[in-house]
Each structure stands twice: as C-alpha cells, then as structure tokens.
Design a protein around this ligand. Structure first.
Ligand code: G16
Length: 558
C-alpha cells in the first residue's frame, strides 16, 4: 500500500514538473538581466517582466500551500512609476507585504537562467521550505490600468494553470492596490471582523464608518481629487455612490484610456517632488477660490497628498507628514475624551516616519508628547514599527500610510463601559475610525476620508490644518548613477556606508547650512538614487542639493 502511494506521489510530481516545464519554456529569462524584489516588489520596464510574472505565480502558489491554503494576493502594478514600467508584488495572508525572507526566494526564482534551473530551484524551495504540494492553494490577484497589465496577467495565470491539481484563483480585475490588500486580509480573517472580502464590502464598510464619523457635520464642501489618470478614478466613482452628497467629489485626471497619461504631470508623486500643482489643476483654476482644497492620488491609489493655494496664489503642500500630524493629534484627542485611562493602561499612540520626514514635523509631534520612530523607506518597515503601538500612525512624507489599531486595543475599545455620553461618543468614533481606515496598507481613498473627518471635527479648512507648523524648505531629487547598488545605507537610511568616504563629504556639506540635513539612498522602485535635502532657507536647500548632487556625480555618475 505504502509503495503504491509513493509511486502515485512520484507520478504526480513528475506530471507537475512536466506541466511546469512546458509552461516555463514560454517565459524564458532574458540573458544578462538581474531582477530584484525592491521596496514594493519587482518593478522595471513592462516588456522585461513576463518571466518574472510567471515565477511570481509559482511562488504565490508555494506560499499559499506552505500556509495550508491561506489566500495570498498578487498585485500587478508599478504604482507611481511611468506608464512604460510595470511591476508585481505579493501580499501575505494578513494583507501585509510579503515576508522579507520570501522576497529572497522570489528574487532567486526570478533570476534562474533556464527552465532546468527554474525547476530544480523550485523543487529545492519545496523541500527546504517544507511545502506540502498536496495542500490547496488560494490566490487573489488584480491589476491597475496600465496597458501592459493584461499581458502580464496572462503570464501569471500560466503559472496558476501549470498546477494540474489547480490553484483556486480569484481575479479581481482592475482595482486599486489597497483594495486588493483589504480583500486578502478579509478573506483570511474568518471572524468577519475585517469586513466582507469584496470591493463592494470594502466600500460599504468605509461609507458606514464615514457617515458615523461625520455625524451631523455634513454635507462637506466639495473636494477636488486628482486621480493621476489611474485606477483611483474608478474607486472614487464607485465610492461616491455610497455616500451621495455627504462629500461631493470633483474628480480631475480620470483619463485611463489615453496612452501615456498615467502619472504624467499629475498624481501624488508629481505634486510631492515638484512641490507644485499638476498643470491640469492649475489651469482649471479650481483651487483659486477661497477655502478650496484639493488632493492627489498616485497611479494605484495607495498614496495621498493634499494642497491648497494660500491667498488663492501660493501653492501649499500638505503631505504625508502633515497628514500624520493631523491624524495623531486627533486620535490623541479622542483617546483623551474617552477617559479610558482611569480603569485601563493608557493607550500608547505613536507615529512612525522615515528619514524623508520634514524636521519640523518630527519636532511638532515630539513637542506634543507623541513618540516618533524612524525606520527605512518601505511600507513593510513602517507597518511593523506601527504595530508596536496600541494605535500606530505611519506615514511616509510621499503620502503613503495608514493607522493601525492593535487587536488588544480593539478589544479594550469594544469592552469598555463608558461613564459619560462624551466618553461613549469618543469610543464609538474610535471604533468607527478603525473601520474607516484600511488596516492592511496605506490607501489614498480611505486616508482622504480620514483627513476629511478630522477637518470636519476641528471645523478647519486646509489653511488652519497647515498652520500647525511650517515645513523646513526641502528638495527631493532623483540622480542617475552608474550602479545604484553601490550605494549602501545604515542608520535607517540616514547615512551611507558605501561608497567609502562619500558620507564624510555629505556631512561637511550639511554642516555649512543652518538646520541642514541631507541623505542619499538607492531607490527600490526606480533606477536612480534619491537625494533629500532640507535647511533653514530655500536658497540654502538649493545650494546643499547642488553640492550633494556634485558629490554623487563624482562618486557614481553615469
Ligand atoms: C513604494 C513603496 C513606498 C516607497 C515608494 C518609493 O510606493 O510602497 O513605501 O516610499 O515605493 O520607494 P523608493 O524610494 O525605494 O523608490 P509606491 O506608491 O510606488 O508603491
């Protein structure tokens, strides 16, 4: 009997390997290319990605089988990158980014030079990671609006089909990155507390929470939303059906059909790096009217920045740092009003930032007794650091972030017996907040609603929000270098370890300027290094940026 079973197994694996071989032969890896799983998955020119997609499909199946059939997400997107790029990343069952160790396995599979080496690496992973191939596999996948995405999804599906016992797959079609993360989390959460695992379930949950939080403060003034000509336009349109006139949207840059329009001169990354309105928004004149605010999503709607024109003229950016400050102070207020500390340990509220956070924002938070942590760039780093608080607010300056409520905090909130109407109301609002805010990943749509909730609560417009602190003048630029992998950082990316000697020169430059700060790090999503500089005056920032750019050209120019 045992012998029969063993031979059945051997036959099954041989059939699987045959099937994988046939499918893999259609997606050979181009010679000489080296792929790596960067800040948010693989990202490069779309035409170089089909072999990567196929191999990511295989890894998604292995990951799901390794976790006894838990649902894994696959998102095909290059987010803020230009339209000719594309990318792919895996989402773990909790809705978070893929576990870092598995990022290495993804890189290994992606770089196998031949079908033979791919199959042998695949079987090595099966054995080393103790994957039981008889376990089920469940995958949810989605894509953004890039024209290259359908072709890349085909390569992914070829991997799913190659498993003769069938992976159970759900295609969400075109949707935003954060909706995919939410669906993965909600699918795996059998308690139902994370919500119904569909796009509609997501929209309804957010709309309900938003209505609770706005209460009788609506309807709110119209909000101009730049959708970066990406998938956020669909999500916004869909969501608006659920809230009617409570918050009227005025969408801009919703053209998902014209080639080359995605992220071009619009979107959160454009606004943050250029520190200017998208030309389309400027030309429309919509922000010139008093008390008008606008915001920008990025191409897959996981980043958000706000802005307005001071006196109808001067551009003022309200970026991820400003959102973190606004939200952290609001939550601190609600927690205070809930008066839970009399019978419980006080809830720990903290903010997580990266080196890109403006020095003024960190000072603002610390001066208000909010603990601040600094971690390397990349949502996975921020997310994990935020989980160490009861309520962890994390935002990158580029507008990527969310607020996490720990499971024990949620239990405390639900079980707490308030002794006054004010406390009861604050508790109700905190619970609604945890349902409004995407608990899996940063989400432009949900973050935008969060900002609107806080502004309505405070009775503020963008100008009052902006008044909290003044950003130090700053610049963020991309510098092309010969090989960005030569740039190795330490100290949460605030210092360079290599190239040897460069950091000393950067320090010398920084020391010439009052409140000067500058750092350099290799991008994990684009082929460049990023240079950040800030100082007391705009002229100083320009000089510092030029000095550090010259150093980079000397040390690693193209
Ligand atoms: C991704 C990551 C972010 C990161 C950004 C830029 O954002 O999710 O955490 O800040 O890339 O990373 P880098 O500076 O390494 O290129 P997105 O919106 O592009 O997915």
């Amino acid at each position: 009997m045992a012998t029969t079973e063993a031979s059945e197994h051997a036959h099954k694996y041989a059939t699987l390997l045959d099937s994988l071989q046939d499918a893999a032969n259609l997606y050979p890896k181009p010679e000489g290319l080296k792929y790596s799983y960067g800040t948010a998955g693989f990202r490069t020119l779309a035409n170089l990605l089909p072999p990567v997609m196929f191999r990511v499909g295989l890894l998604a199946i292995l990951r799901s089988k390794r976790l006894a059939g838990a649902t894994i997400g696959v998102m095909v997107t290059a987010s803020h990158n230009p339209e000719q790029d594309n990318g792919v990343k895996l989402v773990d069952p909790s809705g978070e980014m893929l576990e870092p160790l598995w990022e290495l396995h993804a890189t290994t599979l992606a770089n196998c030079p031949s079908t033979a080496s791919l199959l042998s690496t695949f079987m090595t992973l099966v054995s080393h990671l103790r994957v039981d191939l008889d376990q089920p596999a469940n995958i949810v996948y989605a894509r953004d609006t890039r024209p290259s995405s359908p072709g890349l999804v085909e390569a992914l599906e070829a991997a799913f089909r190659a498993f003769s016992d069938g992976a159970k797959v759900v295609d969400l079609g075109i949707t935003t990155t954060p909706i995919l993360h939410y669906v993965v989390k909600a699918t795996n959460d059998k308690s139902g507390e994370s919500g119904i695992p569909t796009q509609e379930g997501y929209m309804k949950r957010m709309a309900k929470a938003f209505k609770t939080l706005i209460g009788n403060r609506g309807p709110l003034a119209p909000l101009h939303v730049d959708c970066a000509n990406g998938v956020g336009a669909f999500a916004l349109e869909e969501f608006s059906k659920h809230i009617g006139d409570l918050l009227p949207f005025r969408p801009i840059n919703t053209d998902v059909k014209t080639r080359g329009a995605l992220n071009f001169q619009c979107g959160a990354d454009f606004v943050k790096t250029k520190q200017a309105l998208p030309p389309s928004v400027a030309q429309s004149g919509v922000l010139s009217k008093p008390d008008t605010r606008g915001c920008s999503f990025d191409g897959d709607a996981d980043r958000l920045v706000y802005y307005y024109l001071r006196d109808g003229k001067t551009f003022r950016l309200l970026d991820g740092d400003k959102i973190a400050g606004l939200v952290a102070m609001y939550i601190k207020d609600l927690v205070g009003r809930a008066r839970m500390h009399e019978n419980n340990e006080p809830l720990k509220i903290g903010v997580v930032q990266t080196a890109y956070a403006n020095g003024s924002s960190t000072k603002y938070l610390k001066s208000r007794n909010i603990p601040v942590r600094c971690v390397p760039t990349g949502v996975k780093h921020l997310h994990h650091a935020a989980q160490l608080f009861d309520i962890g607010v994390y935002f990158e300056a580029n507008g990527h972030g969310t607020v996490l409520f720990s499971p024990s905090c949620l239990t405390t909130l639900r079980e707490f017996q308030p002794d006054s109407p004010e406390s009861a109301n604050a508790i109700k609002q905190l619970i609604a907040l945890s349902e409004l805010i995407n608990q899996a990943v940063g989400d432009a749509l949900s973050d935008m609603l969060l900002v609107e909730v806080v502004l309505a609560y405070r009775g503020w417009g963008a100008e009052e929000w902006d008044a909290g602190y003044e950003d130090l003048p700053n610049r963020l630029v991309k510098v092309e270098v010969h090989d960005r992998s030569q740039f190795v950082t330490i100290d949460a990316e605030r210092k360079l370890q290599y190239p040897t000697g460069l950091q000393d020169h950067i320090d010398d430059a920084v020391n010439k300027f009052e409140l000067g700060r500058s750092f350099v790090r290799p991008s994990g999503t684009e082929d460049c290094v990023r240079l950040y500089a800030e100082a007391k005056s705009t002229a100083d920032v320009e000089s510092l940026t030029t000095m550090v750019t010259d150093l980079l050209t000397y040390y690693g120019g193209p």
